[in-house]
Structure formats: C-alpha cells, structure tokens
Design a protein around this ligand. Structure first.
Ligand code: 13P
Length: 206
C-alpha cells in the first residue's frame, strides 16, 4: 500500500466505525502499518469524524516522528506502536469505545467465550488488559500481555482493541467483540450463562 492508499483506508474505516457507533464523539482511533517502510497512518486526535478527509490523517514512525498531517496524531499512537512492535502479524489496529464491550471493561471482567464465532475470529474469550493511563505506552504493553493467543482485548475502564492483517480484518473482529458483549449481556439478564470450554474451542479450531 502506498502512503496515500493508507491514508484513504484509515479515513474510510474511521468514518465507518463512527457511523456504526463503534466510536463515540471524537474518541476511538485506528491505524495501518507498513512494516517495510516503518510507517504508520493513524487518525488524528480529537477531530470530528463526520468531516474528516484522507489529507487529515497523520503519518508517523513508530517512535512518534510525524511525517505528514495537519493535526497531532491520535493520543493513543504509543499504544498502536507497542502492538506493531510486539505483534508482527498486525498490519492494522482499531481501538473502539463500543458500548456493550466497553461496559465489560468497566466491570473489569473479560467477555467469556460464549459464541462459536469467538473461537474462529477472536481465538476464544476477550481478555481484559490491566488499566494504564491513556496515552502512555503502558496501555499498549498491557494490551500485548492480554492479547496472547487472541486477536482482541478489552482495556480496563477504557475500551476495546482489535488487530488484524488489514483494517477489514481488524474491523470484523471489533464488530464480533461488540456482538459477543451484547449477546452476553442479554444472556446474563436471562439467567446464568454457559461458556464454551477450551477443549471445545480447540476442537472447533482444528
Ligand atoms: P484520540 O484518538 O482522539 O486521541 O482519542 C482518544 C481516545 O480514544 C482515548 O481512548
């Protein structure tokens, strides 16, 4: 992907996440990373998603050096950089504030593995990363710890993080995290839930 293509993709998926209410207000952010070039395109901080254009996107290195963009990069760029450094399979990272999943993050609990899609798309349950001060690298290092064997996690009292080889895959995972949290919330209001066992998850994943 060229840098203009990266900026276009980041802008397009950010608007989609906003329209789908995975982002709220100006919160939530997403990025793509070109490993060979060592360059990340990321949403700018605190800019209204209704009106953003590809030219508004920030292009930075993983050390925070700004290469392009009229605004400051997302305040969570360090978290994105920490994930790319620790997870070579990651080409895109999405951080949402989707409400049902973020409610579990506020409860400081994981989303149990309750749906078959969670085995295929998420690797099992959605674990909880320990709280870290927003904007610090620690948000990313705690997320990386929680992401062992998983493609998404919750950030305590903060939101959701999903990764993928590209934005399409990261977005799909963020959608499944919110879907699982919503269904789990409804199921818990009906009565006790039954989670899928690790053996069953392993059997489904072959
Ligand atoms: P920005 O990307 O606008 O800095 O958003 C902050 C945020 O979502 C913190 O969780």
């Amino acid at each position: 992907m060229t840098v203009p293509q990266m900026k276009e993709a980041v802008c397009r998926w950010a608007r989609q996440c906003y329209e789908e209410k995975l982002f709220a207000g100006t919160s939530g952010n997403l990025s793509v990373y070109d490993k060979e070039a060592g360059v990340m395109a990321i949403t700018p901080t605190s800019v209204a998603y209704e009106a953003i254009t590809p030219e508004d996107m920030s292009v930075i290195r993983l050390d925070g050096t700004v290469l392009e963009g009229p605004y400051r990069p997302s305040s969570e760029w360090r978290m994105h950089a920490a994930v790319y450094e620790a997870k070579p399979e990651a080409g895109a990272v999405i951080h949402t504030h989707s409400p049902y999943a973020t409610a579990f993050a506020v409860n400081n609990r994981n989303i149990p593995a309750i749906l078959i899609e969670m085995a295929f798309f998420l690797g099992g349950d959605v674990p909880l990363a320990k709280f870290a001060v927003p904007g610090t690298r620690e948000v990313g290092t705690e997320a990386v710890k929680a992401l062992a064997g998983r493609t998404g996690c919750l950030l305590a009292n903060h939101g959701v993080l999903a990764l993928g080889k590209d934005l399409e895959q990261a977005h799909l995972r963020a959608v499944y995290i919110e879907d699982a949290a919503k269904i789990c919330s409804i199921a818990m209001s009906n009565g006790p839930i039954v989670a899928i066992s690790q053996e069953q998850i392993d059997a489904m994943r072959g």
